[in-house]
Each structure stands twice: as C-alpha cells, then as structure tokens.
Design a protein around this ligand. Structure first.
Ligand code: AMP
Length: 304
C-alpha cells in the first residue's frame, strides 16, 4: 500500500570517536525511504535538493523502487547541510552546523499520482512545511506519522504544536520528549504529548530501545546489543522508515500491529549504525533482515 515520505535529503558531515566524514549523503527522508523500501514497493518521495546533489544516490533510491518524481532539484542552489559530532558514549551529539539552503523556502509540491497515498511519513523538516503537506493532500491518509527534533522545538514551537494536532503518531527521542512536555518522567511526558494531538507516541532511547505509548498502554522494544556502534546518524529515521514501511506492508494500524512494526524499525536501525551514513542500509539482503528480526525475538523471549 502506498507510502508518501517527506523530509530532508541532504549532505551530512559526521564526526564519531571512530572517524570523520566529509560531506556524505544523509537527510531524514533518505534514511526513511531507503528503510521503508525493504517492506513496501510503493514509496513516493517529496523533498528538495540543490544542483550539487549526486544523481547516483537518486538512482539508488529508484533501484529500491522509491519514486522520486516529487524530488525537486533546484539549479544554482545548494542542498541542506548538517554537521554533527558525537560524544564518546555515542548517545549524545552536538550539532555543529545547520545550513538550510534549499530547505529555507521549500515548497512541497505533491505530484498528482501521490494524492491517494494511504500512509504519510513526515520526516524531520520545518513544522510549517510538514503542515503544508497535510493541507495539500486532498484525502487524509490512513495514518500520519511525524518525526521532529529539538531544533524545531527551540525555534518553531508554536508551529510544531499546530502541526502536532494533525498527526496520529509522533516519534521523538527521550531528550526531545522532556523538552516538549516539560516533564522529566517519560510516562508523564507521554500523557502530556498525547494531549497535544498524536494518539500514539514513540520515544526513542538510542541504545536503550524505544517505547510506544497509547493511552495507558505501553510497549517496549529493546535495541539490539551490538559489538560496535560506528555512526548513529540516521538511526532514528531508519527506525521510522522501517516502522512505517512495515505498517504500509501489513495495513495494520492497531496498537498490536505497531508493536511488530517497532521491532522491524529497531532491526533496520541496528543495521544503520554499523557504518557511516546510509552505507549499511543501501544494500541489505532479505536473509540479513530476517536473521536480525529473529535475533530480536530471541532477545526478549522468555517463559515464566
Ligand atoms: P537522526 O540521527 O535520526 O536524528 O537524523 C539525522 C539526519 O537528520 C541527518 O541526516 C540530517 O541531515 C538530518 N537533519 C538534521 N537536522 C535537521 C533539520 N533541522 N531539519 C531536517 N533534517 C535535519
């Protein structure tokens, strides 16, 4: 079933304790659409890049079955650029540079063929643009998932709160949940955030897994303990891509369905962190994915 992904497609420069990259391809929507493509062959992308963006990556997306008709290429302009540096524990990072470039006046034009999408994943972007996408869809999708970050909470909180009223699922990390709600307890934060609009809330906790909240129900998915975490950039987006991709495959938007989707999202994210950027998730085999999902099942399986 068809999925529409909107978000940044970008260049990133990353520094981790294991190494440093020059500008490599990144961006929320790059990770999301790649991850989702392992579950649904009907992923459509709306994003914007500058003329500096490599055609080769767009071809990679197309090879994965991602439709890029909605990807605008702005001649004479530069792509969005983000740079970050991780601390030794790899759980936290500092943003060094955010250059919006083409994203500053991005007008998300939705191709006619994308209008009937059943699932919408609004990746990290200006909240106002995320809202515009929703307003431009003639039919509301069956499920709308939104990802955002502290950057937007700090500079566009009112817009973000408006946008939150329009979505079903919000994915943020624990630090962002605390910032958005003003509550330290994640349970209290979840209640406050659900009252802002999204009836489902996913709180990502990096190497400590993820929590799914819905009313008084809670589900926890661990992160797979890995020998080496090389670069966590995009793990949250890859998680979101696996999550929404799996939902688009099954069509099950119940709490039970989301529990499974979170495991698939976590499995996808566990690959992402093994190499820099999108390198590890660009060419996964079905066997690799199934083996990893089974490792998750084994990790949490016990009989009392
Ligand atoms: P994550 O590690 O999952 O939080 O995602 C990192 C990705 O988000 C990087 O590839 C960045 O290009 C992208 N990103 C960082 N800041 C922003 C922003 N303000 N707006 C949109 N995308 C961003």
């Amino acid at each position: 079933m068809s999925l529409l992904v909107v978000g940044s497609v970008a260049f990133d420069a990353i520094e981790t304790p294991f190494g440093k990259t020059d500008k490599i391809v990144g961006g929320a929507a790059s990770y999301i659409s790649l991850a989702a493509s392992y579950f649904t062959k009907s992923t459509n992308l709306v994003a914007v890049v500058g003329e500096d963006f490599p055609q080769e990556f767009i071809q990679h997306l197309n090879k994965h079955g991602v439709d890029t008709t909605g990807l605008q290429v702005k001649q004479g302009e530069k792509s969005f650029f983000w740079s970050g540096k991780y601390h030794t524990d790899m759980n936290s990072r500092d943003t060094l540079v955010t250059e919006l470039n083409v994203l500053a006046d991005f007008d998300p034009i939705i191709p006619e063929a994308y209008q009937n999408c059943e699932y919408l994943m609004l990746g990290n972007l200006t909240p106002k643009i995320q809202q515009t996408v929703l307003e431009r869809l003639t039919k509301r999708p069956k499920l709308v998932v939104l990802d955002t970050m502290n950057f937007w909470m700090e500079i566009a909180l009112d817009d973000l709160k408006e946008t939150l009223k329009m979505v079903d699922v919000l994915t943020i990390n624990d630090e962002e949940a605390r910032l958005l709600s003003g509550e330290y307890s994640l349970v209290k934060a979840a209640a406050k955030i659900q009252a802002m609009g999204p009836k489902y809330l996913i709180i990502k906790k990096g190497e400590n897994g993820a929590l799914l909240f819905h009313g008084t129900e809670v589900f926890f998915a661990p992160a797979l303990p890995l020998e080496e975490v090389f670069d966590p950039t995009g793990a949250g987006d890859t998680f979101a891509g696996g999550f929404i991709g799996y939902i688009a495959k099954t069509g099950d938007i119940s709490f039970e369905g989301m529990k499974n989707a979170i495991i698939f999202g976590s499995a996808m994210a566990s690959f992402c962190v093994e190499k820099f950027g999108t390198e590890r998730i660009i060419d996964l085999s079905e066997t690799e994915l199934n083996t990893r999902v089974n490792a998750f099942k084994k990790l949490v399986n016990f009989s009392i």
